[in-house]
Design a protein around this ligand. Structure first.
Ligand code: ATP
Length: 230
């Protein structure tokens, strides 16, 4: 589903933010990506949702090298990926309900049935009383829940979440991680970037640790095995 081979990332002429990263996330798996602030988690995710190309090395998604994708192929792949952005990226002029329905509209699935799905999901994340609110009138945690609902409503093949529980209290954070578990059970590959170690420890999923732009292979990571020297 996701494969990085010897990936290096620099922004412009700056230093190497990610250094020779090799990893593999298989279809249907669930991974935590853990690291301190600035370790490179968001940068790694950005390559997984095709917003960033590596400076060196190879990134393959759904078995395709992202380097050779046309704009149309990129757009089609993106439709299979749900993303929870760290800064939410909700459309401010659309209500919570309309924001969540957006992926269904884009994929042509909008209708009475899907409108009901949107309402059920918003209720499940505790926003039954805020469905018609505009994002600027919602709290940070409420906006984060709208962003999560929008990312999962289309049952994506790959769900990428960048610090998805950063604005939530512990009870709601655990509830939302269970939502990701449910999605994973029906086949979605899940990758969650976070620095919340205690939350990660509550779930039994492989952990990939990033430190200073490198995978810390002393732990339980999904780093692809290093090639043997010839
Ligand atoms: N667009 C950019 N241009 C230049 N440098 C960047 C850019 N985005 C990130 N960086 C740098 O890359 C490094 C890794 O940042 P990144 O956001 O990937 O880390 P992170 O682990 O997600 O951090 P956080 O948990 O604080 O979000 C940081 O030193 C950051 O300053």
């Amino acid at each position: 589903m996701v494969r990085f081979e010897d990936v290096v990332l620099r922004y412009g002429k700056g230093p190497e933010i990610l250094k020779h990263i090799s990893l593999q996330f298989d279809p249907g798996s669930y991974h935590f990506l853990v690291g301190a602030s600035g370790a490179g988690k968001s940068s790694l995710l950005r390559m997984m949702y095709l917003a960033q190309h590596p400076s060196d090395g190879r990134v393959a998604l759904f078995g395709r090298d992202i380097a050779g994708l046309s704009r149309r192929e990129t757009a089609l792949l993106r439709r299979q990926i749900g993303v929870v952005f760290q800064d939410f990226r909700l459309l401010e002029h659309l209500t919570a309900r309309e924001n969540v329905a957006l992926p269904l509209q884009i994929s042509g699935e909008a209708g009475a049935r899907s409108a009901k799905d949107v309402e059920e999901l918003l209720s499940w994340v505790g926003l039954a009383d805020h469905m018609d609110a505009l994002p600027p009138t919602l709290s940070g945690g409420q906006q984060q829940r709208v962003a999560i609902a929008r990312a999962v409503i289309g049952r994506p093949s790959l769900l990428l979440a960048d610090e998805p529980t950063g604005n939530l209290d512990d009870r709601m954070a655990v509830r939302l991680l269970y939502l990701f578990e449910e999605l994973n059970k029906i086949g979605t590959t899940v990758v969650i970037a976070t620095h919340n170690e205690s939350l990660v420890q509550r779930f039994r999923h492989p952990i990939t640790r990033l430190s200073g732009g490198e995978i810390d292979s002393s732990g339980d990571s999904a780093a692809a095995p290093k090639r043997e020297a010839p």
